[in-house]
Design a protein around this ligand. Structure first.
Ligand code: FES
Length: 172
């Protein structure tokens, strides 16, 4: 093979590599956003929950008040509403306490101040679980951790907004 032929082959190869490179780049630039768009909801499973208003902040005082509300849950491609409840009060320092009524033992519903022997406690009738007025589990009763707390914010419109209920450790 002459030098000229070798040069021609290498030019041809160069052209092939260049075309393959540019073609590959164009294909990946086109396909990547499509794939990402298709699987993005799956990557965000269970993450998307909105905060919803549960009443005017002036409606809440030092005594616990139970509120029921619906949250829109976006789970992958699915969207659905789920019913939640919270025990809500405003403490002396102005902080809002919004507690989940779901017992941390086995998930029954706790009630506020219903047991004659334990006034001002949250009581779980399933296995006699007890929590103090801040939702802290009483040692010696079945629950091994406090009631979860709702994320909250008071909007500029004066309304109290609740989000998801999380274990206290997660709030930091
Ligand atoms: S479920 Fe509440 S004490 Fe067992």
């Amino acid at each position: 093979m002459s030098d000229k032929e070798q040069q021609q082959v290498s030019r041809r190869q160069f052209l092939n590599y260049t075309l393959m490179g540019v073609g590959g780049f164009l294909v990946s630039a086109t396909i990547t956003p499509m794939i990402r768009f298709a699987i993005d909801p799956v990557l965000k499973v269970g993450e998307d929950r909105e905060m919803v208003p549960v009443g005017d902040i002036s409606e809440f005082g030092k005594e616990y008040k139970r509120v029921d509300f619906k949250l829109l849950i976006k789970d992958g491609w699915t969207e659905y509403e789920r019913l939640y409840s919270a025990w809500v009060r405003v403490m002396d320092n102005g902080e809002v306490q919004a507690l989940s009524p779901v017992c941390t033992h086995l998930g029954c519903t706790v009630q506020w101040d219903t047991h004659d022997d334990y006034p001002n406690h949250f009581f779980c009738p399933c296995h006699d679980g007890l929590y103090d007025e801040n939702g802290i589990n009483i040692p010696g009763t079945p629950p091994t951790r406090p009631l979860d707390v709702y994320e909250y914010e008071v909007g500029e419109d004066g309304k109290l907004y609740l989000g998801r209920a999380v274990p206290r450790e997660e709030l930091g």
